[in-house]
Design a protein around this ligand. Structure first.
Ligand SMILES: *Cc1c(COP(=O)(O)O)cnc(C)c1O
Length: 393
């Protein structure tokens, strides 16, 4: 039992297969990065049609390596949305760069607005970072076109979007570098973990180098009687994954398409159930492309309606979340980068209205029905109508 919630926000789908994979690695007695990680990288790359995949310890590490490999440093600007997890921006900040925040398109399509991005380009701009919020693709055709016009690399934060088709590619391979997360609540998990994909061989080798201290050979290569000595070419980090997590990742990767399809089915049910709910709507109503359906963002009419729904769900034992408190309003970003309230009106409006509902691949239809009924009840109460569940507000 993970929690006391009647319906939790998310859940993992790990079991006997993952346990068996982890046990097999322990039996082999080689735990740090080696052949299993290589298999994981090959499988991830081939599934996503990527030339190179480099497994790392987290998506935060992946983002840091991406920015570092692109040579982003002090004085450089990276344009990105503020409607994302703080890692997208922090990873640029630790490189010494300045994050420049672009607003989102709308409350219904809370991904970065390409026109905003283009208007923020200066001679200091060194990269554009995009986030496929909730698993739905950004307007990548427009982003790619403007990036080409201005000769800027695009980093795709794909933490929400593994195995999402976009035209004849998969997200993560549309820009220069794609960064994925295998954190516990993501569509596939290794506990903690991440992946960098790229088609550029120079970027790939730089990322590999920086993943492991800038050293010219790894432990596995040395173990296998290749040169026991190594040189150090750059100051890197230890951002390696390990064999146990790679083995778990290979199992999770085989489940990914099915898990994404399950999330898609559940999202469609949520949409049908909540279609008539006045005062709240599931985001991405007009979206027509592929999605990983990572989270279920419900957008309430205003902050008050939001509070009514959140409180009623909590009373009913339903866990919710908030994706996201916008980055530009965090103390660090206000004080160091002069960000301020009012800077990103659509992002701020969305943030005061968004509620993330329970969604995970193993979620039961009955639980979804329960959540939807509580929401219908809450919005009816907010509208001053008698409660269907017979509760006074
Ligand atoms: C989860 C997440 C990250 C960070 O991933 P970790 O693997 O936990 O470091 C980055 N960006 C987004 C959008 C995320 O959701």
């Amino acid at each position: 039992m993970l929690s006391d919630w009647k319906v939790p926000l998310s859940d993992t789908d790990v079991g006997a297969e993952e346990a068996e994979a982890a046990a097999r690695i322990i039996d082999s007695r080689w735990l740090t990065m080696g052949p299993e990680t290589e298999q994981f990288e090959i499988a991830f790359a081939s599934l996503h049609g990527a030339a190179y995949a480099i497994a790392v310890s987290s998506c935060t590490a992946a983002l840091h390596l991406a920015y570092a490999a692109l040579g982003i440093g002090p004085g450089d600007e990276v344009i990105m949305p503020a409607m994302t997890f703080v890692a997208t921006a922090n990873a640029a900040v630790v490189c010494g760069a300045t994050p420049v925040f672009a607003d989102i398109i709308s409350e219904d399509e809370p991904t970065v607005d390409p026109d905003q991005v283009e208007s923020l380009i200066t001679p200091r701009t060194r990269a554009i970072a995009v986030v496929h919020y909730a698993g739905y693709a950004c307007r990548m055709n427009e982003i790619r076109a403007l990036a080409e016009r201005h000769q800027l690399p695009v980093v795709e934060d794909c933490a929400h979007a593994p195995l999402v088709r976009h035209g004849d590619r998969y997200l993560g391979t549309v820009g220069a570098i794609g960064c994925f997360s295998f954190f516990s609540n993501k569509n596939m998990t290794t506990g903690e973990g991440g992946m960098v994909v790229t088609r550029d061989d120079e970027l790939a080798s730089r990322i590999r180098l920086l993943r492991s201290h800038g050293m010219t050979t790894g432990t596995w290569a040395r173990h296998n009687e290749r040169p026991a000595d190594y040189d150090v070419l750059e100051a890197g980090w230890n951002y390696r994954i390990d064999e146990i997590r790679s083995a778990i990742g290979l199992v999770q990767l085989r489940k990914l398409a099915g898990a994404n399809a399950a999330r898609a089915g559940l999202t469609a049910q949520y949409r049908r159930r909540l279609e008539q709910a006045h005062g709240a709507a599931v985001a991405f109503t007009d979206y027509s492309g592929d999605s990983a359906h990572h989270i279920l963002p419900l957008v309430a009419a205003d902050a008050l309606v939001r509070k009514g729904i959140v409180d009623r769900l909590a009373e009913a034992g339903v866990q919710t979340s908030h994706h996201y408190p916008p980055i530009h309003l965090f103390k660090l970003y206000r004080e160091r980068f002069g960000c301020r309230q009012g800077q990103l009106p659509v992002t701020e409006s969305f943030a005061t209205r968004e509620i993330t509902l329970p969604l995970y691949s193993t979620m039961k239809t009955a639980d979804l029905d329960y959540v939807a009924t509580v929401i219908e009840d809450a919005v009816q109460n907010a509208a001053g109508k008698p409660s269907r569940m017979g509760r006074a507000s």
